[in-house]
Design a protein. Sequence first.
Length: 112
Amino acid sequence: MVIEVITVNSNQYQDNNINAKMVPRTEEEIESIVKRLKRIEGQVRGVQKMVEDNRYCIDILVQISAIQAALNKVGVNLLERHVNHCVAKAIREGSGEESIRELMDVIKQFSK
C-alpha cells in the first residue's frame, strides 16, 4: 500500500487510497479546494445560527441556495480536473472506456 502525505499550510492530508487511475492533485489544488470547503463550512454554520436565531425563512433559503451554488462550483471544478487529468490519462493508457463509463455515472449522480 502506498501512503502519500501532503502538507498544506501546516495541515497534513494523508491519502491511504492512492488509486492507480488517479493523477494526484498538486499542493496548490488541494489548498484551493480545502479553502473553498472551509468557506462553505462557515456558510453552513452561519445558516445554522440563522435557524437558531429564528431568522426569516427567505433569508435562510437564500443562504442555502448560495451554499448549494458554492458546492456545485467545487464539484464542477473537480469534474473538470478529473476529465483533463485522470480521464485523459486513462485514454492515453488504453483504458478510456472504463474511465468514461465511471465519469458518466458520476455526472448522472452529480446532476440529481
